[in-house]
Ligand binder design. Structure first.
Ligand code: SAH
Ligand code: SF4
Length: 346
């Protein structure tokens, strides 16, 4: 759904019509302009031609029904993936909570593929096709908002953790985040329920710290020394750990918002007690209240193996003993290749 085209088509009409049109798209979640009964019929027909609402997607549901993956075909035929994760429990959300007090988190893509080629990531290994437009990012959220509406549920959280590096497509990602957040002319999802994960593009971290939009930041660290990190994250040669930490420090000073460090646990590579201590020493240079570590079980993408649960537990205990807040990411949708790092547009 192209908002610019919508605005263009309605620019000679009274302003309230554009507002009504956006409301029907983001609040009533219509999939066809003909259902926008608050707009004149001829306008609805025109809009169906000029900015169609249909989203071309194929759906895959995991055996436990908690993960739904949508494979969306874009107008140029390229494909992207977006994932819905349904948490049964979890903290209730202020306004869009699932009836059982759980969460519905949508994980959106920001690029078709990714140019950064991290060794553990299926998206990185497929190479880079192009950046997504704002409307293509919004479409992913719209798709699941409509999907959930049929079950009388809503999206509670959006994370930019799908295909691609969001900060290499900064402007479109932030524009999309504003629409996700906008109460009147968007989805109205609170900014603290929107997160961006970056491999550590320092320019993006610094720009976000200046932005009035108060969304969350997550840093994909995965190793606490440059030698090891460069082996699995080629971008580390440009964005070293020191540079990332310097940007994070500025971000924290500016925003006072907690940052999450993501750390994929890969067997025999970055999961020893010494690696845990090294990680602790690194993050403890920051204000304790302003960061946390999220341990991620490695999802198989071809090379490497996942650390044993026992190893992860030991790693976690070492961090906890150092007084560091640690969480472990729940595994979603491996059976439909929808888990972190497995998205490859297939
Ligand atoms: N490019 C951004 C956002 C997309 S990746 C980034 O790298 O942060 C989203 C998350 O999935 C990141 O935390 C990433 O490190 C993780 N991830 C990638 N490959 C993975 C794999 N094979 N197993 C588990 N997590 C993976
Ligand atoms: Fe790109 Fe993130 Fe995958 Fe690395 S982990 S290749 S930055 S999507």
């Amino acid at each position: 759904m192209n908002l610019e085209k919508l605005e263009k088509n309605l620019k000679d009409k009274p302003a309230f019509q554009l507002r009504q049109a956006k409301e029907t798209v983001f609040k009533n979640l219509i999939g066809d302009w003909l259902d926008a009964t608050n707009l004149p019929r001829d306008l609805r027909q025109k809009l169906n031609q000029e900015c169609p609402l249909k989203i071309d997607a194929e759906i895959f549901v995991s055996d436990d029904k908690n993960t739904v993956k949508a494979l969306i075909t874009l107008s140029d035929g390229l494909k992207i993936e977006t994932v819905l994760m349904r948490y049964e429990g979890g903290p209730p959300h202020s306004r869009e909570a699932r009836p059982k007090g759980g969460r519905n988190t949508v994980c959106v893509s920001s690029q078709v593929g990714c140019p950064l080629g991290c060794l553990f990531c299926a998206t990185g290994r497929m190479g880079f096709k192009r950046n997504l437009g704002t409307e293509e990012i919004i479409e992913q959220v719209l798709f699941f908002a409509r999907y959930l509406k049929k079950e009388n549920e809503c999206i509670s959280n959006v994370v930019f953790m799908g295909m691609g590096e969001p900060f290499l497509n900064y402007d479109n990602v932030i524009k999309a985040a504003r629409i996700i957040n906008n109460q009147k002319e968007g989805f109205g999802i609170g900014s603290r329920h929107v997160s961006i994960s970056t491999i550590g593009i320092t320019g993006g971290i610094e720009k976000l710290s200046e932005d009035p939009l108060q969304i969350n930041l997550a840093i994909s660290l995965h190793a606490a020394n440059n030698e090891l990190r460069s082996k699995i994250v080629p971008a580390n040669k440009k964005y070293s750990i020191e540079k990332i930490m310097a940007s994070v420090k500025k971000y924290l000073a500016k925003t006072g918002r907690k940052v999450m460090f993501e750390y994929i646990m890969i067997k025999g590579l970055n999961d020893s007690p010494n690696h845990a201590k090294e990680l602790a020493t690194l993050v403890k240079k920051l204000d304790k209240k302003l960061y946390m570590v999220n341990l991620i079980s490695y999802n198989r993408t071809g090379i490497f193996d996942a650390s044993a649960q026992e190893t992860i537990k030991k790693f976690k205990d070492i961090l906890r003993k150092e007084g560091i807040e640690v969480t472990q990411r729940y595994k979603f949708g491996q059976d439909i290749k929808a888990a972190c790092g497995q998205l490859a547009g297939k």
